[in-house]
Design a protein around this ligand. Structure first.
Ligand SMILES: [Zn+2]
Length: 308
């Protein structure tokens, strides 16, 4: 299938075709004795992901584990559907996200407030998962991939308070979720992902430092794809955070409202990103999941908490 890319080490990148777009949200299959899906994509992507797993030889009773880096709907919106397709799979998530997978009503209500009418086309509805099938992770945890291979989780808040990074003992791959920002392979652009309500600069930088300390061989971005220039990329992740926070802090201290702050930050950061100078489709792809309005709103929300 043309939405599957073999990355080596029995790891397969699956384009979940979020909202019909290509190259926006990836899921990953680690194929071995105990096949593990990292990130489900959205609910509307679940049939696409199932077809990909089928073509890779993973049948309904074969999938051992589904793990999500965090419970934002572009990463975990399909958990309930995927859990239904694969009745043997254990669902693994950080403890701060577990109850929302069992009872998504509050998560869906707040997502609906943020996204409004775009909710159904972008994400669809997160279906509940039986609580007995969910395993909650603490600060660290481990997933058995079979044959002595392990996927270890590391709590990495900042982008979201229920975020974990996952490192594969077999390959040194680190699944970074959104904690290192959003990477666009077509242009090599990297931009932070600092949405409300959880964004916190100190914990976000600490999580990037933790990722550096883990010494990964490769980063696998949910948005989007593999990066082998590990240390340089993580340094860039931290730098991007500082740039956006400094500019937003300036707008905040001048008393700008959100719309003016977004316009100012967008204008002052435009030159940093080739994607925004490329064609409209590439710019739209880049804006969709880490758009300036969401990033600036998240930083403003954090500033209101730490320096009202
Ligand atoms: Zn996220």
């Amino acid at each position: 299938m043309d939405n599957i890319t073999a990355l080596g080490g029995d790891v397969y990148e699956i384009d979940t075709r979020m909202a019909g777009f290509s190259g926006i949200t990836a899921g990953y299959l680690i194929l071995g004795d105990r096949p593990c899906l990292v990130e489900t994509g959205t609910s509307t992507s679940a049939p696409v992901v199932r077809d990909a797993l089928t073509s890779l030889g993973v049948g309904p009773r074969d999938l051992a584990t589904v793990v999500v880096t965090h419970i934002h709907l572009d990463h975990a919106g399909g958990v309930g559907d995927i859990a239904g397709f694969y009745p043997e799979a254990e669902i693994v998530v950080h403890e701060k996200g577990a109850r929302h997978l069992a009872d998504p009503s509050r998560l869906m209500a707040s997502a609906r407030m943020v996204w409004g009418d775009r909710m159904d086309t972008l994400f669809g509805e997160l279906a509940p998962t039986e609580a007995s099938r969910i395993r909650a992770l603490g600060d660290t945890g481990a997933i058995d991939l079979g044959n002595g291979r392990t996927l270890s989780s590391h709590y990495s808040p900042g982008h979201a308070k229920h975020h974990v990074g996952l490192i594969d003992s077999g390959t040194g791959d680190l699944y970074v979720g959104d904690a290192a920002g959003v990477y666009l392979p077509q242009t090599g652009d990297l931009r932070p992902a600092t949405p409300p309500p959880d964004f916190d600069l100190r914990t976000a930088l600490d999580s990037i430092a933790l990722f550096q300390a883990l010494g990964p061989q490769r980063l696998l971005f949910s948005h989007y794809g593999p990066v082998t220039d590990v240390q340089e990329t993580l340094e860039r992740s931290a730098e991007e955070l500082r740039v956006w926070v400094d500019l937003t802090r300036q707008a905040h201290s001048e008393g700008m409202d959100l719309d003016h702050a977004v316009a100012m930050v967008r204008d002052r950061t435009r030159e940093r990103y080739a994607a925004l100078k490329a064609d409209d489709a590439t710019a739209e792809q880049f804006e969709l999941l880490s758009g300036a309005p969401s990033n600036v709103a998240g930083i403003m929300h954090w500033l209101d908490r730490v320096q009202p």
